[in-house]
Design a protein around this ligand. Sequence first.
Ligand code: S3P
Length: 436
Amino acid sequence: MHYTVEPAPVGNAAVTVPGDKSISHRALMLGAIADGETQVGGFLAGEDCLATLDAFRAMGVAIERPEATTVRITGVGRSGLAAPEAELDLGNSGTAMRLMAGLLSGQPFDSTLTGDASLTGRPMQRIITPLKQMGARIDSRNGKPPLTIRGRCPLDPVHYDMPVASAQVKSALLLAGLYAGGETTVVEPAVTRDHTERMLGAMGVAVARDGCRISMTGGQSPGGRALSVPADLSSATFVMLAALLSPRADVLIRNVGVNPTRTGVLEILKDMGADLTLENEARLGEEPVADIRVRSSRLTGGAVDPGLVSLAIDEFPALFVAAAAAEGETVFSGLEELRVKESDRIAAMAGGLGSLGVEVRELADGAIVRGGRFRSGTVDSHGDHRVAMALAVAGTIADGPVIVRDVEAVDTSFPGFVPLLTDLGAAITVGGEDLP
Ligand code: S3P
């Protein structure tokens, strides 16, 4: 499948983007092992989260979906999951695989986790090493999926200094920590998204946080409750980008999650000169939310603060496009983790922007992007949802049509991306395998 994007700027509108992917995954996982019922509103009905939902159904959890974005989970309790009869296929989702590896390490049965071509190429040693220290036995293909997990309960508690800043690793260890006989402590090298800690707390599990050190005592059980998922700031970023690049846009994106462990993108864009304001700041359960107002802006390049990388980790494909449309040069560094996301995002973005005539110098841990114009061209998403959406937005202000190939993965995180951008004024058509 491909997109053909004709140049057409976005205009004025108020929109709502789908629910947060990270929070939707966590709601399913914690709801499944909770005591009692958990009703989740604003759930992301994207392919990644639906794969996680199916995986829990395969472990005996009753999950209803009265509406596309509402799920009702009848929690089976900490020890109530049933051994799955077949491999659990988690599609494209690193979050599902890493967090579930933690959860399944504490079960008294074996399970196998697998996924698509992208996921089975991603590094899992980062969770295998600490989970083995806790007593799980995990077989992999040289540190990559499929993972066969021979769980144990109770697990041994650990004190683990994480070598990489990763919310997925931290969360895997906290989920395993629920099944440990004692206190588990995780120390992160930089602050990463803290949705797991917040949701555990909201469900009655005591989690102590002191800067980058997070501790919890095993044996606690989450209690089912009503959870509301804010709109995903990572998806909102593509709408912000389209509005910023357009000559006369004023767009309001409603009810977006603005947890401070996620808002690095707002700071980076503001540093580049973006006209972004938060309105109606409120709380949705344990998560802060706001409406984001974004207006067309003249962006300027500069050196992006590497201290913001872990707070904006998924937003760099969009930020590369912002840099390519900005005046002057933008230097990105500290991005080595981008090479092991759904694709090698540094290479994918350098290749895509290069095909649109933008000068990008790839670095081992980042890139130097020289601002300019986008010319017409054909680009490859490398099967990566965020690369596809970032390059499609570049097409809205290109000199001519931009074709983005291999865009199926957009549905993993942002179902409805094309109709939403079209409502804003963009001209995107979806085509089949054959390119025009
Ligand atoms: C996520 C954490 C991040 C992020 C991913 C979602 C999460 O991954 O890139 O899209 O839900 O915990 P890492 O922890 O690997 O950085």
